[in-house]
Design a protein around this ligand. Structure first.
Ligand code: G3I
Length: 456
């Protein structure tokens, strides 16, 4: 395996740690109950794993992974002793590359593609039978250095289309879903349409989003095409506004007959402060009415501003997982939840030097179902419990959201794009579909009503 040496545990450690459930003092009764295995040391693997519990309920649990850490050769030979590999293999039934499928990883130069690590993940998933999410085809971050000097208004559209055709085309028929466009909305940028001032917007125009989805549909017709976004979970004024703008974007895409099948709610949450609630549930249900699935794509729980030791962190983090996944997985159109990493040993929150990631006491964050030594944290049991209880609505259908976001969904003219609806049209009733939106001669316009591909 091409490991970086940053996380290698011995076989003995692996056996000890992965088999051990988290042992902790001051753990509330609900976490103790959630463990429910009654036989500490045997309760997190095989039939007790997140993977097995999710599969029993027709759900998928998964994690962002680092392909170079996966012992693909060992898995192929049936004799891997690598702790990280065994953990991923044992717990997840859907995977996403944390970085390996981004532009910056795939495009060392404008003319070349480097698929080594991305292929490594696909090979691993083929061996383990895991589904794979592609992340991502179009984002304002993680662009290679050459992009700044090479991409222009004249060639950016072609660059985008070619990239998507090549990357999504390479894995055609093998992807559960693709994050086609990532984080395109940012009301703070002050545009009427709520879009982020990204390089793609600047170089291609606001319809770069349509271009990306149509290119992805042409390249891989069986992947669920997803719009992925962060900071849309809470009922705070900023996040209500952003969520509303995301809904507007989804309506714009649907109204134009653009093939989109799902919304990714990243779910980078905090252990303290306001928590997600009825506004997000309302969003999920609006998405359901539009025929969209919703995926929890990048969940972790940040404790940078939470005081207390590891036990206090664990309890607070587990509570967020319990409440959030309990709420989200109760919705029938939420079949998938992934955490952003599986072990705090390799969480971006522990790698970042940003003030919103560093704990005041200098201790490490514990944002994931497994800790630095690959022991199950209370969050593991909270996730498993939420999976077990999935499908019982936490918020009764019809309950009013904290803030009615429908006012935010009113249509508006989009500069540089064909108008989706007259500005005075009501938001909710069916509107006559506009003509299909064609963006590239090589890509046929999608039919107005495109059913999502069958569930995988
Ligand atoms: O691999 C290089 C290494 O060679 C170099 O020495 C080092 C020096 O800084 O950088 C390494 O690359 C870093 C890479 O992570 C791998 O660790 C990049 O600088 C760093 O920017 C990159 O950060 C990633 C970030 O996205 C930007 O792409 C994080 O790992 C990743 O967790 C994060 O993931 C994003 C999702 O894609 C979208 N949603 C938010 C989420 C968290 O920010």
């Amino acid at each position: 395996m091409g490991g970086t040496g940053t996380l290698r545990l011995t076989r003995r450690q692996c056996g000890r740690n992965v088999l051990l459930a988290a042992v902790g003092a001051a753990v509330p009764a609900w976490i103790e109950a959630a463990r429910s295995d009654g036989d500490e040391g045997q309760g997190v693997n095989g039939p007790d794993s997140l993977r097995a519990h999710a599969a029993l309920r027709g759900l998928r649990y998964g994690a962002a992974v680092i392909p170079e850490l996966l012992d693909v050769e060992g898995v192929a030979a049936g004799n891997t002793t690598d702790a990280y590999t065994q953990l991923v293999q044992g717990q997840a039934n859907i995977l996403v590359a944390e970085n390996a499928m981004k532009w910056g990883a795939l495009r060392p130069a404008a003319e070349t593609f480097e698929f080594g690590q991305a292929d490594r993940l696909m090979h691993f998933a083929a061996l383990t039978g895991d589904a794979v999410r592609g992340h991502n085809l179009c984002w304002h971050e993680a662009l290679p250095a050459w992009f700044k000097t090479t991409a222009t208004k004249d060639n950016a559209r072609k660059l985008l289309v070619d990239h998507i055709q090549t990357v999504a085309g390479r894995y055609r028929g093998q992807m559960h879903s693709w994050d086609v466009v990532n984080e395109a909305v940012n009301p703070k940028d002050g545009r009427a349409d709520g879009l982020r001032n990204s390089p793609w917007l600047e170089l291609v125009g606001p319809d770069y989003i349509e271009v990306a989805f149509q290119s992805a549909a042409a390249a891989d017709p069986s992947a669920k095409l997803t719009y992925n976004e962060y900071d849309i979970e809470l009922d705070t004024p900023e996040q209500i506004e952003k969520r509303g703008q995301v809904m507007l974007l989804l309506r714009r895409l649907k109204a134009r007959g653009i093939p989109i099948h799902a919304v990714g709610v990243q779910s980078h949450l905090k252990a303290d402060g306001p928590q997600p609630g009825a506004g997000l549930v309302d969003f999920v249900r609006q998405a359901a009415k539009m025929g969209l699935e919703v995926y929890v794509t990048e969940m972790d729980v940040n404790t940078h501003s939470l005081e207390g030791g590891p036990e206090a962190q664990d309890v607070a983090v587990a509570r967020v997982y319990r409440d959030y996944l309990g709420m989200m997985l109760a919705e029938a159109n939420v079949p998938v939840a992934l955490t952003w990493g599986i072990t705090s040993a390799r969480s971006w929150l522990n790698e970042s030097k940003q003030p919103w990631a560093r704990r005041g006491d200098g201790s490490r964050q514990r944002p994931l179902p497994f800790d630095d030594e690959l022991r199950a944290t209370p969050a593991f049991f909270a996730i498993r419990n939420a999976v077990d209880g999935a499908r019982a609505p936490a918020i009764p259908p019809g309950a009013a959201p904290v803030t009615d976001p429908s006012g935010l969904y009113k249509p508006f003219p989009v500069q540089g794009s064909p108008t989706t609806q007259p500005a005075t049209a009501p938001a909710q009733p069916a509107v006559p579909p506009p003509p299909p939106f064609s963006t590239h001669p090589a890509i046929p316009a999608a039919p107005p009503a495109q059913p999502p591909p069958p569930s995988r």
